[in-house]
Design a binder for this molecule. Structure first.
Ligand code: PGA
Length: 258
């Protein structure tokens, strides 16, 4: 199966002209290295223009979504709007949104609403530094809670039909976390394997039904290590996705390893 490379631009760049340049560069990389799926997740003001224009080689994703299709919810963007704008993916439960107060229940509602509209949710889970320092048992419990809350009531076929993706993003390894520490492919693989076992048990499905990405300071220097692990279905790239040469390097490696 083709590996996925997802660019999470977060709250960048500041203008549509810059966003177009980034998308163009990402599109060129994707056209050159075809054995990979490249998804770009711009901020909302740029997203729908881009998804309508559709740079060749790219798919588009949102960085968040609301749980209802329409109504009096000032400031929110609905899954139906995304679907009608040709957006295919949506990141849900990113640690930067959880930090702003998003709860497990909110995340679950968003995820189910996204699925109901045919969007592919990328459910982000990952422990903070304190939990990580307490060891594997604590990490396992932390992730199990996030997965149970986020995936409550989801149909197992969503996994089997590859309509739902999980991303393991340990907060301590995200490039903008103060005192960031790089994760190792060995640790990431081990944790992702335990995530797959847990989800397989929860839904009565096979490990191979579950796609889990890795995210946390991935760039062209370290991408080979993560992407060469068969357990890792792709990468979610933040900082490096804003540097075209770096991001292009990740796309090339992912294509070679798919
Ligand atoms: P990073 O961000 O690649 O800059 O660590 C990843 C993410 O937060 O999705």
């Amino acid at each position: 199966m083709k590996k996925l490379v997802i660019a999470n631009w977060k709250m960048n760049p500041a203008s549509y002209a810059e966003a177009k340049k980034l998308a163009k560069a990402a599109g060129l990389s994707a056209k050159k290295h075809k054995n990979v799926k490249v998804v770009v997740c711009p901020p909302f003001p740029w997203l729908t223009d881009m998804s309508h224009e559709k740079e060749a080689g790219l798919e588009y994703g949102a960085q968040d979504v609301f749980w209802l299709d329409k109504g009096a919810y000032t400031g929110e963007v609905s899954p139906l709007m995304l679907k009608n704008s040709k957006v295919k993916y949506v990141i849900i439960g990113h640690s930067e949104r959880r930090r702003l107060g998003e709860t497990g229940q909110n995340i679950n509602m968003k995820l189910k609403a996204a699925l109901a509209n045919g969007l592919v949710p990328i459910l982000c889970v990952g422990e903070d530094a304190k939990t990580h320092s307490k060891g594997k048992l604590s990490v396992g419990k932390f992730l199990a809670t996030q997965l149970r809350e986020g995936l409550r009531g989801v149909d197992q076929n969503m996994f089997i039909n590859k309509k739902l993706i999980v991303a393991y993003e340990p907060i301590w390894a995200i490039s903008t976390t103060p005192g960031v520490k790089k994760d190792t492919p060995e640790n990431a693989t081990e944790t992702i394997f335990s995530i797959k076992k847990l989800v397989a048990r929860m839904f009565g499905i096979l490990l191979s039904d579950i796609t889990v990405l890795y995210g946390g300071s991935v760039d062209s220097e370290n991408a080979y290590g993560f992407l060469s692990c068969p357990e890792i279905g792709g990468v979610l790239v933040g900082g490096a996705s804003l540097r075209p040469a770096d991001f292009g390097g990740v796309v090339k490696i992912a294509s070679e390893l798919s």
